[in-house]
Structure formats: structure tokens, C-alpha cells
Design a protein around this ligand. Structure first.
Ligand code: FDA
Length: 389
């Protein structure tokens, strides 16, 4: 065997695995540089984990699958690693940890560890003709015009998901899994803005407010943002992971729960105020104008019975909308779905059917919420495989 382990994909999971698995290791990536998604993540500061990480922050056909890897290499382990390397960090909100400096510090830390472990890195290199041998795997590495046949005892797929194809994202791991008769669950863009018919929210782009957005049975209370093409902001990105094509989402525009009390109080004090302007007490003015026109609200506060105000507050807290679609893989932060967890050991991420074959990171059907959870899955799943190797 030429190598003990070949890892395809030098992103978050591949780098972490190469840094820790030991033996003769080759890390291969078709991109010119390693860790490009780390570099652009978190607005250039990399939201590298979340202090609240737990299995409930992930979507998967098997919600128990991620438990083992997450418990055996936790957010606190990664925080220690970062701190030991002198990387200063801060919590932004909701347990999300970012570098004080730049995401490049995380890449440099991982490259340093890979170098210390003695692993080789081959960039601008792709892998073809992967075949199973009696005691490992054979593959052809292609770099420019050079082709090299290599053998390895272990093969780790860390090629990520399909999000942002412009950056070289592919469905390579999923295609290989299928080729090797391993199941792949349905995939879809996730953590992605939702789109609506042109002009559906005319006059609203740029308006932002706190909201509770529900898709399926899951609700997220974060910021909502109107855009030229539809809806975005953390609440929508989170909900998009649970949204099914053709389904409605429900938006609570008054998440404080004080809307009725506010309107009734105003009716006593300023009953001659128009209903539209009264909404300004609850919403940004442009959104009040939009809803007043859309819902044909008329009259003053004094004209409204308790029942009418109650009905209006219900509409505000249960605004039901049917997105036309999503922005797709072009802008999605992650891919939902992937190599089925049924095919893998939750302890080691190794294929049950093909000993020595591992799938780690985003290519697996484990998708994190927005907020550092996807990187934590990359670190934890990479460590699970590295320890098993
Ligand atoms: P990753 O995508 O990191 O790496 C895969 C590697 O495989 C790449 O280097 C690619 O070039 C290579 N590759 C692909 N196909 C190949 C092939 N056929 N042959 C050879 N190499 C191949 N998450 C988070 O927790 N916090 C955050 O702040 C952000 N921010 C963020 C911003 C943006 C704009 C995006 C797009 C994504 C995020 N994410 C995030 C998500 C996070 O980046 C993602 O979940 C992890 O990078 C996944 O790590 P992997 O190592 O699995 O894939």
C-alpha cells in the first residue's frame, strides 16, 4: 500500500482528519487552496463552533446518529484547541463563537497540525477510477497532465456538499456512495434565502425586524430581512432547512406577544389614530404601509372592537406565505441530506459495507443549524474517523 490513509477534500473535515489520524496520510483537493469555505465563513471571521451544540441542532433522517461523534469531540474540545493556538475569539450571539482576527487563523492552525502530523497535501488534484481492493482502495490521482495510480488502506471522503458550485463544490462523495451501492438521502439547498414572485414585497427590500419563523414543525426566533427576491435573515435561513418545496411558512411579526395589549392601550389614548399608523407601534413603518394595503386595513383604532383587534393580531402573528422556491445551491450555506447514516457507523463514520471507507463532514446526512454547528460537525465527525483509523 502506498498510503495508510488518503483523504479526499481539504476542507474543514479533511484538514481536521489529516491532522489527527496518524500513519502515512495524503490529503487531496481539486482546489488550488485548502479550506476555502473556512476562509469565507462567518463574514471572514469563521463562526467555528457554538457553545450550545447538541444533537438537537442537527437535521438527519436519524436524529440520534450525530450524538456519538458530537459527545466524543465536543465544542469545548475545539475551543481548547483554538485557545491553545493563541487564537483570540469572542461570542457574538446565541453561543456563536468567532475569531477576533480572521478565519485564516483557523486554516493556518489546521495546516500547522497537518504539517506536524507529517501528512502530505496534494492540491489541484482530482481522484478518478476509485476501486475496492482486497485490503484497501485503488485510485488514480490526476494533476494537470500527470496521472498516478495509488493504493491506500483507508479512504476518507471529505468533499463536502453541493453548496456554492462556483467555489468547486461537487456531489462527488454522494456519487461515489451511489457507485458503491450506499444509500444517499434526498438533498436540497439549506440555510438559504427563500424566493417569491417578483414584486411580491415591493417597497420592502432592506426592512428588517425580529420575528418567529416556522417551517414544518420547527420555529426560529431571529431577525427577518426583506430582499429584492424574497426573504432572508437568520430566521429565514434557519427555517429554510426545514422547508419543503411547495409548503407554506408562518411568520410571527410580533414575537414579543404584546401586540394586543399595545393596540388596546393605544385605542384608549389615541383612538383617532389610523389603523395603519397604529401598526407602526409594532412594525417598521414600511411594513405597516405594505400590510395595510395588502390586507386593506381601514378606519381608526376607535372603530375597532376587541374582536377585530384580536383578529388583526392573529394575522400579524400567523402571516402565512408560500415561497416560490429558494436561492438554491448558488448561495446556500449547506446541503441538506447526503450519504445515508444507515450506511455508516455512528462511532467511526466508517461504511458498514466497505471496511476502510469513511464519509465525514457535510457530505453525510447530518446538517447543522446556522451558528457554528456545521463546523462543529466537521470537527467531530473528522475526529471520530481519525480515532478509528
Ligand atoms: P468543505 O466544503 O469545507 O470542504 C470540501 C473540500 O472538498 C473543498 O476543499 C473542495 O474543494 C473539495 N472537493 C470537492 N469536490 C472535490 C472533488 N471532486 N475532488 C477533490 N476535492 C474536492 N458553517 C459554520 O459552522 N459556521 C460558519 O460561519 C459558516 N459560514 C459559511 C459561509 C458560507 C458562505 C458557506 C458557503 C458555508 C458556511 N458554513 C459555515 C458551512 C461550512 O462551511 C461547511 O458546513 C463546512 O465547510 C463543511 O466542511 P467539509 O469539510 O465537509 O466540506
Amino acid at each position: 500500500m502506498d498510503y495508510d490513509t488518503i483523504i479526499l477534500g481539504a476542507g474543514a473535515a479533511g484538514l481536521m482528519c489529516a491532522a489527527h489520524c496518524g500513519g502515512r496520510v495524503l490529503l487531496v483537493d481539486h482546489a488550488k487552496k485548502p479550506g476555502e469555505k473556512i476562509r469565507i465563513s462567518g463574514g471572514g471571521r469563521c463562526n467555528f463552533t457554538n457553545t450550545g451544540t447538541g444533537p438537537e441542532n442537527f437535521l438527519s433522517a436519524n436524529p440520534h446518529f450525530a450524538k456519538s461523534a458530537l459527545a466524543r469531540y465536543t465544542q469545548w474540545d475545539f475551543i481548547s484547541l483554538v485557545s491553545e493556538h493563541g487564537i483570540a475569539w469572542h461570542e457574538k450571539t446565541l453561543g456563536q463563537l468567532f475569531c477576533d482576527g480572521s478565519a485564516q487563523q483557523i486554516i493556518d492552525m489546521l495546516l500547522g497540525l497537518v504539517g506536524r502530523a507529517g501528512a502530505e497535501i496534494s492540491l489541484s488534484t482530482s481522484a478518478e477510477d476509485i476501486t475496492r481492493l482486497a485490503d484497501g482502495y485503488g485510485l488514480t490521482l490526476v494533476r494537470g497532465n500527470a496521472r498516478q495510480l495509488v493504493t491506500t488502506r483507508n479512504l476518507v471522503l471529505a468533499t463536502g456538499g453541493k453548496s456554492i458550485p462556483k467555489m468547486g463544490a461537487t456531489g462527488f462523495a454522494h456519487d461515489l456512495a451511489r457507485q458503491m451501492d450506499l444509500p444517499v438521502t434526498e438533498r436540497a439547498p439549506a440555510l438559504v434565502p427563500l424566493t417569491f414572485a417578483p414584486d411580491r414585497f415591493a417597497g420592502l427590500p432592506g426592512v428588517a425586524l425580529p420575528a418567529r419563523v416556522t417551517a414544518g414543525a420547527t420555529t426560529f426566533a431571529e431577525a427577518l430581512l426583506f430582499t429584492h427576491r424574497g426573504l432572508s435573515g437568520p430566521a429565514i435561513l434557519q427555517a429554510s432547512s426545514y422547508w419543503q418545496e411547495g409548503a407554506e411558512i408562518t411568520i410571527d411579526l410580533t414575537p414579543g406577544g404584546q401586540a394586543l395589549a399595545t393596540l388596546r392601550g393605544a385605542r384608549r389614548k389615541v383612538g383617532n389614530r389610523s389603523l395603519t399608523r397604529s401598526l407602526d407601534m409594532l412594525l417598521p413603518a414600511r411594513l405597516s404601509d405594505y400590510l395595510a394595503a395588502d390586507w386593506q386595513l381601514e378606519g381608526n383604532l376607535a372603530d375597532q372592537s376587541d374582536a377585530a383587534l384580536g383578529a388583526l393580531c392573529d394575522r400579524l402573528s400567523q402571516w402565512r406565505l408560500r415561497p416560490a422556491g429558494s436561492e438554491g445551491y448558488r448561495t446556500a450555506e449547506v446541503t441538506r441530506g447526503g450519504v445515508s447514516t444507515e450506511a455508516l457507523s455512528s462511532r467511526s463514520l466508517q461504511s458498514h459495507a466497505h471496511p476502510g471507507l469513511y464519509f465525514i463532514g457535510e457530505c453525510v446526512d447530518v446538517t447543522g443549524w446556522l451558528g457554528g454547528y456545521n463546523f462543529q460537525w466537521a470537527w467531530s465527525s473528522a475526529m471520530a474517523a481519525a480515532r478509528a483509523i
